[in-house]
Design a protein around this ligand. Structure first.
Ligand code: AAL
Length: 419
């Protein structure tokens, strides 16, 4: 009855009016100037979603929408790009002793990697993948653009200690005045049976080290048959609700095109025991997912692999993530500068820059190596950069043409009758 009277009135008086959920008569079409809050009128699913899923209906006002700008770094040497030196998978950046610190995977081998498919040919000197035979190095910077490599932070321990084959893909935690590096500890050349490894850790009193290895597995693989049974990748520590939260990735499934998910392990002590969240995986997509405290929850850059590639997601409870923005050209393996990564106290301020990597630095696949780069964005409550909120990207034709058809695709088209 509540809706019938206004509906009748509608019929009698206007041709273009509707009845909203609350029974009010809504006159005319959707407004010219987009209402900042959900209007009380019938809405299509897309317009409902616009108000329900995103912080604001316009990306220009959405604190979790940003485009990304990139800058080449100064200070790192890559041996002329011959594939023997690679730097990748930067940690989050911390500011200590008046400078920025970053930790990353560095491979310096006699020859470039031969590739995962030829992993059985790898030796103590011939790396399979770009991160095989790698170690964890660190660099400091005064401005975030020019970096000075300081040396190795975590070397490979002797066989058979976890990480003897490679220590890679690290990230840092500061907890009660001490520093902890979590990283992937490989016990065989990556590619031999997949990219299998657990997580190991080292700790230090200073960001310059010396780092003491725990020399044991800190976050173990899951039970046989479960999604993270073989790999725990990209360990990513934050302090949230007074606990240590380490988000991580696992690639799972037997298909050639694996699925990628991200989960969470929590602990009260940096060296464990870690308890995996019962709802894992918490993300259905995302490779090298980078997270940061945002308002009362956690936000995440979900960059690639999966249905929700190229999204920025938000969980007010750090567990239940939803898409908060869809964007493009996201930083690969972002390590952001997160001043409040360990002390956000329910008021996370967000991020505005960090380091990422490009894994295809060489045009020659036989000289594969990666380079670190800087990205800037506005995912910060303390920055207001309208240029970063531009949803239009005008990429040069070269960028598109570099994504050319493969030989197989050309052959298929050649054979196809409906050209
Ligand atoms: C990455 C990360 C992990 C993987 C490999 C090196 O970018 O997801 O670190 O093991 O690729």
């Amino acid at each position: 009855m509540k809706k019938i009277l206004p509906a009748l009135l509608c019929l009698l008086l206007f041709s273009a009016c509707e009845v909203s959920d609350t029974g009010e008569t809504v006159v005319g079409g959707y407004p010219w100037d987009i209402p900042p809050t959900k209007p009380d009128r019938p809405l299509s699913m897309a317009m409902e979603r616009l108000y329900d899923n995103y912080l604001t209906p316009r990306p220009e006002d959405n604190e979790l929408f940003s485009s990304f700008k990139y800058t080449r770094l100064k200070g790192f040497d890559y041996n002329g790009g011959d594939g023997t030196i690679s730097r990748r998978d930067a940690s989050k950046i911390i500011f200590e002793n008046g400078k920025y610190y970053v930790y990353y995977t560095k491979r310096h081998t006699k020859v470039p990697p031969i590739g995962a498919k030829r992993a059985h040919e790898s030796t103590d000197e011939i790396p399979s993948t770009d991160w095989d035979l790698a170690e964890i190095w660190y660099a400091t910077s005064e401005d975030g653009f020019t970096w000075e490599e300081q040396g190795v932070a975590v070397p490979r321990p002797p066989k058979p200690t976890v990480g003897w084959r490679a220590v890679t893909t690290t990230d840092i935690l500061k907890w009660k005045g001490k520093y902890y590096l979590y990283y992937q500890g490989f016990l065989e050349a990556s590619g031999k049976k997949g990219d299998h490894c657990p997580v190991a850790a080292s700790f230090a009193d200073s960001p310059d080290g010396p780092w003491t290895p725990a020399n044991r597995i800190i976050i173990p693989n899951g039970e046989p048959g479960t999604w993270d049974q073989y790999s725990i990748h990209d360990p990513y520590p934050l302090v949230y609700k007074d606990k240590i939260y380490v988000y991580f990735k696992a690639a799972y499934g037997d298909r050639p095109d694996y699925l990628v998910g991200n989960g969470l392990a929590m602990a009260d002590d940096p060296l464990g025991p870690f308890e995996k969240h019962p709802l894992n995986p918490l993300f259905n997509s995302g490779h090298e997912t980078a997270l940061f405290p945002f308002r009362e929850g956690i936000a995440a850059l979900v960059i690639r692999n999966g249905n929700e590639s190229n999204t920025i997601q938000y969980a007010p409870d750090g567990i239940n993530f939803n898409i908060a923005a869809v964007t493009s050209l996201m930083p690969t393996a972002a390590g952001s500068y997160i001043p409040d990564a360990f002390n956000s106290n329910g008021n996370g301020r967000g991020i505005s820059w960090g380091l990422c990597h490009f894994t295809n630095a060489s045009d020659d696949p036989a000289k594969r190596y990666s380079v670190l780069a800087r990205f800037d964005c506005d995912l910060s409550l303390d920055v207001d950069d309208a240029e970063m909120k531009n949803t239009q990207l005008w990429l040069k034709p070269d960028v598109y043409f570099s994504q050319g058809l493969s030989a197989q695709q050309r052959e298929r088209l050649q054979k196809s009758s409906d050209k």
